[in-house]
Design a protein around this ligand. Structure first.
Ligand code: FES
Length: 111
């Protein structure tokens, strides 16, 4: 049986990304060839990957203490921000993230 994923809309690039239950948002993006801003490579330490959640807060798996701590350290602890490398979802949502890029045609996917 195939797992049913969620659809995460990403602004301002205007993409809709399928995210499986065993993936973080950033893992799903990279698996689909997108470039996602990061310094730590998805280890949850740089906060560069953060997103602002626009819709679908109820569809987000709650942040663990380490993620909340990192967001707090950079003043993004309002509940509207999450780290894409830690974020798992149970349903559809919409986030805003500047710097997400489609791969250049003919180049290697990833970062
Ligand atoms: S990629 Fe560095 S904290 Fe998410």
């Amino acid at each position: 049986m195939t797992e049913v994923g969620a659809i995460i809309a990403i602004d301002p690039i205007g993409l809709e990304l399928a995210v499986q239950p065993d993936q973080t948002l950033m893992q799903a993006a990279l698996a689909q060839g997108l470039r996602w801003p990061t310094v730590c490579g998805g280890n949850g330490t740089c906060t560069v990957c953060f997103v602002r959640v626009v819709e679908g807060h109820d569809a987000l798996v709650p942040a663990e203490a380490a993620e909340r701590q990192r967001l707090s350290e950079v003043g993004r602890d309002s509940g509207h921000f999450r780290l894409a490398c830690q974020l798992r979802v149970t349903g559809d949502a919409r986030v805003e993230k500047r710097g997400v890029r489609r791969p250049i045609r003919g180049s290697r996917a990833g970062w």
